[in-house]
Design a protein around this ligand. Structure first.
Ligand SMILES: [Zn+2]
Length: 590
């Protein structure tokens, strides 16, 4: 590989030449005109459209989606590396406003399509050209059985601003104003959580206790808000006919309640074998008998000072991808041969990393802040996984594609897994191996296990709320019970962490969402376990096919080639076995 001293920059000129490109204004005007024309042609007529005309409408929607994605994609990506450039941020704002205003012309289509009869829908879908859009069309219809009369829907929507959404907004604004003081210094929410990663145990303890103290100080308000959010959701769920509190979330993910129950129960049955065991090891590595609640993610005294040049990183990642699958490698290689990655940290550039593919039918871009640490290499592997996942989905088309949280992270975490495993294989010393394994298992437990403990907390809170309001003391008690059950005897769980649930934003703004993190991680682990055990023939091809279907396929069907059914425990147990296997390795090394 050639030795490039400079980190790559992306080149967005295939979208637009820059913020002053006259094509931007032209396309915004064009989008608005096309959206208005669409409404003029089809509003009020969707139920009368024959297949030919219906298809024409779908094609127009595709054109509009692509154009909108091109505009907003450019404006967004361009400003992420130029946050201090007022022209870049102003363009982004302008594009968003233009698309929102023009987009109101398109809303009727979904609403009207939802009202057409089953017979009419069947007739349309009997045309093979329309049938290609089935994933998109059935997504629009999925909520139909739970819809209420139009005037009720309108009232709910209008009242939402002062009920459900109002409580969420109050929660977010209220929490954002809280401040924490540690050793005389003030911190906000994001800042204080970084103290948990400090090498200094006293600082971690001070942060942990302070967060709990602030939560307790605000318990009355936050507990009140949580009760309101739960009740508001229960009222609406009941009217719509959802059987269980998690059912509406599962429907939007297109996952059965049974699948989620099986996942959650299987993870819970593995608490002892995985989390309890890990924290015992962690306590030993930290040189204490028991670790404190806030020490779960504390760094180990074993240093990792290995650093990577950009070329090292690219080589490490591509090599691991290639060893797994030459086909995946070929897709991945493009990202380095073409100007699709912006890798260097820069003044005015956003922090973190992401993969963004605004246009479904075009390649995505990767944004990184590469500084040569081991984690940066894993992040590259992660974002590249997203990039390849996107490339494999292009053929589904812009309308059929969507974001499905439960599998959106599969390719990325799997890519990270490949690179992690190759780092582990190449580790020179036991110290390095221990550090790698402990880091990985720590992460895996945070995602696969901890999020399920959260899931049980919210499930119990929603169930008990049916009998009446829950006191803060009761919520704290449920929290402590779930934390104790999942963390085990090597972690101190007591009054010093009883009110921390108030900080889990997802409980408030996206109820029953937390399991999705565990779902995705467990899917990756289960697949990776299958790869390791070599039980599935042609694993590579089956895996790549799976990636192309994650957004549009039925989970039972798309996992079938692996011989698994997500409604059965065996599927999930395989992934948990992988964590347990890494723990065995870790125990052997210590
Ligand atoms: Zn990701």
């Amino acid at each position: 590989m050639k030795n490039s001293k400079k980190l790559p920059d992306w080149d967005l000129s295939e979208y637009y030449k820059g913020v002053d490109d006259p094509a931007l204004e032209k396309d915004m005007a064009d989008y608005t005109k096309k959206a208005q024309a669409f409404a003029k042609s089809y509003r009020g007529r969707v139920n009368k459209l024959e297949a030919d005309e219906f298809l024409k409408a779908l094609k127009s929607l595709e054109v509009l989606s692509n154009l909108g994605a091109k505009l907003s994609g450019f404006a967004y990506l361009n400003q992420t590396t130029k946050m201090k450039d007022t022209k870049a941020t102003a363009l982004y704002q302008k594009v968003v406003e233009c698309l929102n205003a023009a987009g109101t012309n398109l809303l009727f289509f979904g609403l009207e399509y939802n009202k057409i009869s089953v017979a009419q829908e069947k007739k349309l879908l009997s045309d093979t050209r329309v049938k290609k859009y089935q994933p998109y069309l059935s997504r629009m219809r999925r909520f139909k059985p739970y819809e209420l009369k139009e005037e009720v829907e309108t009232t709910l929507l209008e009242k939402d601003v002062t009920s459900g959404s109002a409580w969420v907004r109050y929660y977010e604004e209220y929490m954002a104003r809280l401040s924490y003081t540690v050793k005389g210094k003030k911190y906000n929410d994001a800042e204080i959580s970084k103290l948990y990663l400090s090498n200094n145990p006293a600082l971690r303890e001070a942060a942990g206790k302070e967060v709990n103290r602030v939560c307790k100080e605000n318990s009355f308000t936050v507990g009140y808000i949580y009760n309101m959010i739960i009740k508001d959701k229960a009222t609406e769920d009941e009217k719509r006919g959802f059987k269980r509190p998690m059912s509406s979330r599962n429907l939007s993910e297109n996952v059965s309640d049974k699948t989620v129950d099986t996942l959650a129960e299987t993870v819970r049955d593995n608490y002892k074998n995985i989390a309890w065991r890990f924290y015992k090891i962690k306590a030993k590595l930290l040189g204490v008998k028991k670790i404190q609640y806030w020490d779960r993610n504390a760094p180990l005294p074993i240093e990792d000072d290995k650093s990577y040049s950009w070329d090292d990183a690219v080589e490490t990642v591509l090599k691991a991808y290639k060893e797994f699958s030459p086909k995946l490698y070929n897709i991945a290689k493009d990202f380095f041969d073409k100007p699709w990655i912006d890798a260097a940290p820069k003044d005015g550039k956003r922090s973190g990393a992401f993969c963004s593919g605004p246009m479904v039918t075009e390649h995505p871009f990767l944004m990184l802040n590469f500084s040569g640490k081991r984690n940066d290499v894993l992040t590259l592997a992660h974002e590249l996984g997203h990039g390849c996942h996107h490339q494999l989905r292009q053929k589904n088309g812009v309308l059929n594609e969507t974001t499905r949280m439960t599998t959106e992270e599969v390719a990325s975490v799997f890519g990270e897994m490949l690179v992690f495993q190759s780092m582990l294989n190449n580790a020179k010393s036991n110290k390095e191996k221990i550090s790698l394994l402990a880091m990985k298992v720590n992460d895996m437990i945070n995602t696969a296990v901890r999020q399920i403990a959260f899931h049980f907390f919210e499930t119990r809170a929603h169930e008990e709320r049916r009998q009446g309001e829950l006191s803060v003391e009761r919520l704290n008690q449920i929290w402590l019970e779930e934390m104790k059950a999942s963390l085990g005897p090597a972690v101190v769980v007591d009054k010093n962490s009883e009110a921390i649930w108030e900080q889990i934003g997802h409980f408030f703004f996206l109820p029953f969402y937390v399991y999705a993190y565990s779902f995705a991680d467990c899917v990756v682990n289960s697949l990776y376990w299958l790869k390791l055990t070599g039980k599935v023939k042609n694993f590579e091809d089956k895996y790549l096919k799976l990636l192309s279907q994650t957004a549009i396929g039925d989970y039972k069907e798309i996992f079938a080639p692996f011989g698994f059914n997500p409604e059965e425990r065996e599927f999930w147990q395989g992934g948990l076995n992988l964590i347990s296997y890494y723990l065995d390795e870790l125990e052997k090394l210590i």
